[in-house]
Design a protein around this ligand. Structure first.
Ligand SMILES: [Zn+2]
Length: 130
């Protein structure tokens, strides 16, 4: 059993296409420049609806994390205990992700850089210490 893979749809396809080429891509409002994640149809900063997809820097800091000790899905058996983290991207949005580092080394505020893991053929962003 492997970890469950995310599935893309029409709205999220650019995100997963970017991940497949090794880029973290985000929506950016063409009016005010605010970056958004998760995907949105309306800019929460200026309320305009014109968005473009742009490559993000991949730079982030660890905002918070939890360490899972209970097996909620058999696909995670080999990774137990594993972290579920929230990273704050340099562009502003926060994203749930795994940090590929020993759980005991995680510290809120540590600097991270995006990397990509492949789950059943789907590239998903993870983060590693910078
Ligand atoms: Zn805007």
């Amino acid at each position: 059993m492997t970890r469950p893979a995310p599935t893309s749809d029409e709205r999220s396809a650019p995100f997963f296409e970017g991940a497949a080429r090794g880029a973290l891509v985000l929506q950016r409002c063409t009016n005010c420049g605010e970056h958004h994640f998760p995907i949105t149809e309306i800019c929460t900063n200026c309320l305009q609806t014109d968005m473009e997809w742009v490559d993000a820097s991949g730079d982030a800091t660890l905002f918070t994390f939890g360490v899972m000790h209970y097996l909620y899905h058999p696909g995670f058996a080999k990774e137990l205990p594993y972290n579920v983290s929230v990273v704050e991207l340099a562009e502003g949005p926060r994203m749930n992700a795994s940090v590929d580092a020993p759980n005991e080394s995680l510290e809120v505020g540590m600097t991270l850089k995006v990397a990509f893991d492949t789950v059943e053929g789907v590239a998903v962003p993870i983060f590693r210490p910078a």
